[in-house]
Design a protein around this ligand. Sequence first.
Ligand SMILES: Nc1ncnc2c1ncn2[C@@H]1O[C@H](COP(=O)(O)OP(=O)(O)OP(=O)(O)O)[C@@H](O)[C@H]1O
Length: 234
Amino acid sequence: MTDDRLVIEALTSGYGETDILQGATLTLRRGEILALMGRNGMGKTTLLKTVMGLIPTRGGRVSLDGVPINGKPPAWLLAQGVGYAPQELPLFQDLSIRDNLRLALRGDRDLATALKIVERNFPFLLERLDQLAGTLSGGEQKMLILSRALMTEPDILLIDEISEGIQPSVVQRIETALKAEREQRGVSILVVEQNLGFALGVADRWAVMKLGQIVDEGACDAASRETVLKHLSI
Ligand SMILES: Nc1ncnc2c1ncn2[C@@H]1O[C@H](COP(=O)(O)OP(=O)(O)OP(=O)(O)O)[C@@H](O)[C@H]1O
């Protein structure tokens, strides 16, 4: 059995007449956390959206455990255990925390079981189930977004800039939650990140995207910070 779970090969996609992804190749392995970094506008979000079937593939392949998934709709991917926490706040601002969580349930799972997953990572949410999502702070909303994704017990989780605009203590809680879920369930996680400290702290491996291609990748170690910084500053 191969350890390669989500394999992205020579992927091309874009908007209108412009190709943003220009042959991106990246593999997410079983039970790893992989950080995808790159300067603004390089195509990181476009990569996640293409994998999730939100943008059509123009060339190349995406496969999940060896099965091609190009062109599969988001709902099908979610049912296969591919979770997605997008960059834009996807919450229903006028609904309670409880209802936001309930709407994210997949299949025939019951809310009580899903709430146990929320409780082990972000217990404060359970104490405030009736609070409207729109009244939560920015950091709290990020934790609710992540809880919605984690409670579906995904095998693969794609997370887009979850640390953006939130204070260091919340970033730390998110890092702890992601590592705990990986330990407990062996979920494979791809994080798109601008926060280098968080990315290299949470991940096992990193990759850098430039102009729609993966230009470098490696294991997270003492030398990673300098290597990635060079890519981000050029
Ligand atoms: N819906 C869209 N229509 C047209 N162009 C788009 C659309 N969405 C993104 N783009 C363009 O595609 C390019 C890549 O954007 P993308 O959001 O994938 O980059 P990114 O690497 O995630 O950047 P950031 O770190 O700033 O979020 C940018 O030039 C962006 O302006």
